[in-house]
Design a binder for this molecule. Structure first.
Ligand code: 5GP
Ligand code: ZN
Length: 114
């Protein structure tokens, strides 16, 4: 998608602090961290939100969660725990329309969110 900032990050047109990438996913640190560890995991395919998941693209979700598990361990937040957040649509607080999963850790997170 031409004007999608996350597609541009995947292509390298916008710089990012990359943690991991493979054929299907890209993981990088959030530019505005809300926790000592805050990174995003996104599919390389431009999928706008969870609302756009279908039989053809749904497999990327298991790949994203496998990646989250692996990176959480590597970054040292597995044991104490972390939070995975997906904001979907306007009321969900989604500001970038390329589906992404936030992973937050390194501090005790409050619940419920605002
Ligand atoms: P949302 O509010 O859509 O769930 O989350 C979007 C996230 O993307 C925000 O936490 C925001 O800080 C992050 N973000 C927006 N633009 C950029 C960028 O250019 N680079 C990086 N690394 N993160 C970004
Ligand atoms: Zn995109």
């Amino acid at each position: 998608m031409g004007d999608c900032i996350f597609c541009k990050i995947i292509k390298g047109d916008i710089p990012s602090k990359k943690i991991y990438e493979d054929e299907f996913v890209y993981a990088f640190y959030d530019i505005n961290p809300e926790a000592p560890t805050h990174f995003l995991v996104i599919p390389k395919e431009h999928i706008e939100s969870v609302n756009m998941l279908n039989e053809k693209n749904i497999n990327v979700i298991s790949h994203i969660f496998k990646t989250i598990k692996k990176l959480a361990k590597e970054l040292g937040i597995s044991e104490k725990g972390y939070r995975i957040v997906n904001n979907c649509g306007e009321d969900g607080g989604q500001t970038v329309n390329h589906m992404h999963f936030h992973v937050l850790g390194g501090r005790n997170l409050k619940w419920p969110p605002g």
